[in-house]
Design a protein around this ligand. Sequence first.
Ligand code: SF4
Length: 212
Amino acid sequence: MHTQRGLLTIGNGKLGEGIHVWSLPAVSTCPGRTPTCTANCYATKSRFILDAVKARLDWNYQQSLQTDFADRMATEIRRKGCQVVRVHVSGDYYNAEYAEKWLWVMRNRPKPRYFFYTRSFKIADIAPTLEQMAALKCCRVWYSIDKDSSVDRIPDGVRLAYLQVDEGEEPELLDLRFAVRRLRKPRFALSLLCPQEQGKAENCGDCGKCYR
Ligand code: SF4
């Protein structure tokens, strides 16, 4: 009997094992990427460059193109009893059709809590779907920004996550900050910095700020 490979995996060290994960290849699926996020993307380094991981992400991308992707994802979420689903540890909503598939999944499987960070809000035909996701009770939407990008309008339910790569950056608008490793030291301002990056939380399961 042929057994179909699952779409979701269990969270890595930062996320914790209570969170299910869906990812795509980084950069090529990120139409809203900026020079800063491309240059500092964690998903182009370390374990993400292993052949097995790259092959898995390519396979995921191929699955996302299939017409039954949303149905398979929804079925798997129910079968696995997912509590929290992190969409795109790597990758992003690469076009409107793909974003619509995820909106369908969230509407039809509202039991887990979904969360993601995205730069695809910059893409005119994807942004409305992200706003519809942000209006769902089951979904936490973070717009990712950095020194190269800004947000003209913050839709209801959307929060802002800022990626800091230089010491002197003083962003005016943000709800959460991520920083490159060298800026995660106590001598730098740590306000709103992700607790896991500060060493105050072991993982996202321990913290929950982004999805509760
Ligand atoms: S703030 Fe908390 S939930 Fe969000 S990424 Fe950091 S550890 Fe994870």
